[in-house]
Structure formats: C-alpha cells, structure tokens
Design a protein. Sequence first.
Length: 178
Amino acid sequence: MKRILPEPVVESIQLKVCEQIELTEHLIRLVPPDKIGWNPHWIQGSTDVGHLLGHLLDCLAGLCAVFHAAFPHRLRHFLELRALRVNHSCRPEEALVRLREYAAHIEQGFELCTDDYLDRVVPSVFVPEGEPLATLLLGNLEHLINHKYQLFFYLKLLGISVTTRDIYQWRGPQTNAA
C-alpha cells in the first residue's frame, strides 16, 4: 500500500535536499587535506579545492536565505547565518562542521513549509519582485548539485577512486555502475 504523505511535494523536495547534503558531506570527507590549494589550472575559470568547499557552504547558505525570506518572522534567527563566511578557502573539517550547521537550519525551514506554500511568491537577491518558493528551493538545490559534481570531478582528477555511487542515491536493484 502506498503511503500518503501529509505534504508529499515538500517532503519529496526535503528528502532530495537532505540526500544531496549527505552526498556532499561524503565527498568532502574524501578530500585529501594536502590538496586544498590544488586547482585544475588548465580549466579556464577554475578554482582551488579549498574555495570550492567554501562555495559549497554558499550553496547551503542560499537555501537558508530562501527559507528566511519565506518565513522571516519565524526564522528570524537565520539572520545570524549571514555573519558566517562563505566563498572562502576552507579545509574539509571546517566545511563539514558548517555543512551540518546549515543542514540543521534547512531542516527548520522545511518544518514550516507546506505544499500550499510552495507557489507563494518570495523575494530573492536575484529577483526582488519574487519567485515561487518551489522555484527558489529547486534553483538552490540545482546550485548545490552542480557544485557537488564539480567536487566529484576534482576528486577524480586528483586520482581519488570515486564512482557514480558517490554522487547518486541508488534506488531499486543494485548494479555495478562506474
């Protein structure tokens, strides 16, 4: 029998966000501490591993900013997150601590969210007149996924043994995928 979720769309988005945070945490744990300054310099516009870790924090801060914009009174304490550095070079240990901090705040945001609220227009830094909350959440999830893949790619270039199982949550029958 199929389980009916009280807020099926919000719960689906929340599960995907949590899954991506867990996968990102896994990849961060694989970063060799001595490779923080490594940069694939032959790729124009590339950044080093440490700054990529700092940018992953910015991706998570973006999700928190969306929730704060959607629920400014109930999540007033999210304003404290603005004081935290993002887009800076950081080590895996710092990135992991901060990732968990952002993840806890993101969970608080999802606790307030309902399916009915997903179409409400919320102002953002990029679109001051606002966009639907669902669009903002999915856009920030996409941002996180893209940079999670960038970290995966960097790890591959560094010779770390990673496969698609390191970036995807496998469902159904398990197969040997590279």
